[in-house]
Ligand binder design. Structure first.
Ligand code: NAD
Ligand code: UDP
Length: 318
């Protein structure tokens, strides 16, 4: 898919998804300003572009306004893993609300199109399964995940109010669990935990009985979906995720098979408000963007395991 050559701002560009998006935009000849406060991001993720004439790096917190001249704003800045977003929940809520508000203000001033990275977490613990975009969700507004879930919900609200009030061009991606190289080894997410535990020869920690489900999308597929959404004509929200649903126990068994089948699985307490099931309906993405995932779990786990193996052996993880 050819990308229009334009000036792109990627907030959260030094993070996991942001840095893959930066790669994709740079590789297709675009100009990129990468903006990050390095809370969970890492300069190493975008180090290869630092001396490139099309690339600029800005240390900035999206809760503060900023003035830049750009055509596209890819607004990804926000910690995504529960242990990171729960570390300072007030800051997470501020990042979602003020960060999106500031980026929408910038988009309005310079007439840029803005894509906001929302999440399947807006569906909360869903009472409808699988989840279509029309499902309004079932979120506990006072729970420990609310700073993130409700933060993304108000961010979506702001985007649509800017569209209605100011005719802003917005795109909203509801991203389901995504994995791949550059995830942090200590971010507490299930894929990174299981792979790191297996590579270290430790037991895999299953929270609860492992019957809860998730649907895991490989990062390359997800980035393709974001590009198609930004350049397409549909504002969204559009689900972007892999509809293959599996239990967390099945995930643990698959990771063990690929690394060390003799490892044990141990049960730990299920965190509060942990959603019981999660699976996207991607009919809208197929119809509007011609998008669907191409990597199955085994194909995506292979490069992800190689990445974790290499950072563990180089001791570059934080
Ligand atoms: P990540 O934590 O790797 O990346 C987030 C980036 O944003 C980091 O580089 C971090 O330093 C930066 N950041 C955080 N707060 C900031 C602030 N106030 N100002 C400037 N920069 C800030 O997470 P990710 O997995 O790459 O997620 C990127 C986006 O996608 C997030 O908005 C997240 O909510 C969304 N998302 C991700 C997933 C997933 O499975 N990875 C699923 C749903 C939604
Ligand atoms: N999980 C687990 N063991 C771990 C880490 C997570 O069983 O070591 C579970 C977690 O309780 C949840 C699922 O895996 O049910 C996905 O967790 P993650 O934090 O990756 O994503 P999210 O819950 O935000 O979808």
């Amino acid at each position: 898919m050819p990308t229009n050559i334009c000036r792109n701002l990627v907030t959260g560009g030094a993070g996991f998804l942001g840095s893959h998006l930066v790669d994709r935009l740079m590789e297709t000849g675009n100009e990129v300003i990468c903006l990050d406060n390095y809370f969970t991001g890492n300069k190493l993720n975008i180090a290869r572009w630092i001396d490139h004439p099309n690339f600029e790096l800005i240390r900035h917190d999206v809760t503060e306004p900023i003035k830049l001249e750009v055509d596209r704003i890819w607004h990804l800045a926000c910690p995504a893993s529960p242990i990171h977003y729960q570390n300072n929940p007030v800051k997470t809520a501020k990042t979602s609300f003020l960060g999106t508000y500031n980026m929408l203000g910038l988009a309005r001033r310079v007439k840029a199109r803005l894509l906001m990275a929302s999440t399947s977490e807006v569906y909360g613990n869903p009472q409808v399964h699988p989840q279509p975009e029309s499902y309004p969700g079932s979120v506990n507004p006072i729970g420990i995940r609310a700073c993130y879930d409700e933060g993304k919900r108000i961010a979506e609200t702001l985007c649509f109010d800017y569209q209605r009030m100011h005719q802003s061009e917005i795109r909203i991606a509801r991203i389901f669990n995504t994995y791949g190289p550059r995830m942090l080894p200590n971010d507490g997410r299930v894929i990174s935990n299981f792979i790191v535990q297996a590579l270290k020869g430790e037991s895999l920690t299953i929270y609860g009985d492992g019957s809860q489900t998730r649907s895991f999308c490989y990062v390359k597929d997800l980035i393709e979906g974001l590009i198609l959404l930004m350049e397409g004509n549909h504002s969204g929200p559009i689900n972007l995720g892999n509809p293959t649903e599996l239990t967390i126990r099945e995930l643990a068994e698959t990771v063990c098979q690929q690394i060390n089948p003799s490892l044990a699985l141990v049960e730990k307490p299920l965190p509060t408000d942990d959603p019981i099931r999660r699976k996207p309906i991607i009919k809208l993405a197929k119809e509007q963007l011609g998008w669907e995932p191409t990597y199955n779990l085994k194909q995506g786990l292979k490069p992800t395991i190689s990445y974790f193996r290499s950072i563990l052996s180089n001791n570059l993880g934080r």
